[in-house]
Ligand binder design. Structure first.
Ligand code: NAD
Ligand code: GLY
Length: 359
């Protein structure tokens, strides 16, 4: 088992990564649990892992709330159903929520924990690769609005993250690859050596080799934890974690959150960011080809589905949370392992990139 810590002073918390951790939940989480504990999970994950987690929590009295599966349920309605259950059970401010599932469960449960009685503890137990390397770490919680993804939310850190790599055995291959997109992101923004490691170990990762998975999750979490510790509320360096996301969120919204997974949209978005970087920051074209090659090795998209228009994507990109004073800011690459957040690009170059990708 690997243990990392997110260094946030009196709100610091551990990330445990390894096999068989659900069964050890009580030992690992200890005093972070409460006599009033609610597991929130969904109709896909709960049948696989709820019992294991309950066994692992042994003598802790635990309630469970199972919600419907899918991004379309990351809503205020679902948030309300969690709050209602907490009130019905007379849970007080010492209660603990446990998010057992992927990023959707983690985000909505974390937001419920942020809101309930002005903030209660929660533990992330991520069961997708994407959640283990990204969404479970760093305290961003949210639900979607019809007009924009993750537009209602709060920063609220978990008290612990328990990433049991055994849970990845049941994850559909496409979901696994979506998680790999976020792993590649860390290599691109912050860690050239890790990018090189991924070029040599992608096959092992896709085969779910346990050593490859544990290494990739731990390095990703280490990168994310160090950025979050420096900039918890995204006033600066944390925005780098959005490489590919401004393009990706526009793609997801244009596709109505259907057809493509978040990680797939981020993958195509990173290919687009690399393309624009060549025009803007002097990022070498040969390095952009390495980015595309690694995404393709991971069987991730580097082109867009038919039917999206340049104007539609540009319009959707303007609601991005990084925009300041009406000016769009993007994460672009200077080198593999070095990214910048910048508004210093020509609108014509952005539109040229959008045109290339929308055909
Ligand atoms: P998800 O939560 O929808 O999970 C993907 C699918 O896999 C779902 O059908 C889920 O039920 C299923 N599943 C989960 N674990 C499984 C398992 N072990 N075995 C079999 N099936 C399993 O999607 P996701 O990719 O985990 O997360 C995407 C969400 O995360 C998006 O809403 C995105 O906005 C959010 N996100 C948040 C952050 C953050 O910092 N908070 C970062 C990145 C993404
Ligand atoms: N996934 C982006 C962040 O956590 O900041």
């Amino acid at each position: 088992m690997e243990r990392l810590d997110v260094a946030l002073g009196d709100r610091a918390y551990p990330i445990y990564i390894g096999a068989g951790l659900l069964q050890r939940a009580r030992d690992l989480l200890g005093a972070r649990l409460s006599e009033q504990t609610l597991i929130v999970s969904n109709t896909v994950v709960a049948p696989w892992y709820r019992e294991q987690l309950l066994e692992g929590l042994s003598d802790i009295p635990v309630r469970t709330l199972i919600i419907e599966d899918g991004e379309q349920h990351k809503t205020l309605e679902t948030l309300n159903s969690i709050i209602t259950r907490l009130l019905e059970q007379r849970f007080n401010r010492t209660c603990t929520l446990v998010a057992l599932g992927g990023g959707v469960i983690g985000d909505v449960t974390g937001f419920a924990a942020a809101c309930y009685q002005r903030g209660v503890n929660y533990v992330q137990v991520p069961t997708t690769l994407l959640a283990q390397v990204d969404s479970a770490v760093g305290g961003k919680t949210a639900v979607n609005h019809r007009l924009g993804k993750n537009m209602i939310g709060a920063f609220h850190q978990p008290v612990a993250v328990l990433s049991d790599t055994d849970t990845l055995a049941t994850l559909p291959a496409r979901e696994l690859r979506a998680g790999v997109a976020e792993i590649i992101k860390y290599g691109l923004i912050n860690d050239a050596e890790f990018f090189g490691w991924l070029e040599h170990n992608m096959d092992g990762l896709l085969r779910r080799d346990p050593a490859c998975l544990t290494h990739a999750i731990a390095v990703s979490c280490r990168n994310k934890a160090s950025i979050v510790a420096r900039d918890e509320r995204e006033d600066g360096v944390r925005a780098l974690l959005n490489l590919g996301h401004t393009f990706g969120h526009a793609i997801e919204t244009a596709l109505n959150y259907q057809i493509w997974l978040h990680g797939e949209a981020v993958a195509a978005g990173m290919a687009m960011a690399a393309h624009l970087s060549v025009q803007t920051t002097g990022f070498p074209a040969a390095e952009a080809r390495r980015v595309n090659a690694l995404l393709q090795q991971a069987e991730l998209p580097t082109t867009l589905p038919d039917g999206l228009s340049c104007a539609q994507l540009r319009e959707l990109m303007s609601v991005d949370k990084k925009a300041r004073h009406g000016q769009l800011r993007l994460v672009l690459l200077e080198e593999i392992g070095k990214a910048v957040v910048t508004a210093d690009f020509e609108e014509a170059d952005l539109e040229a990139t959008l045109r290339v990708f929308t055909g």
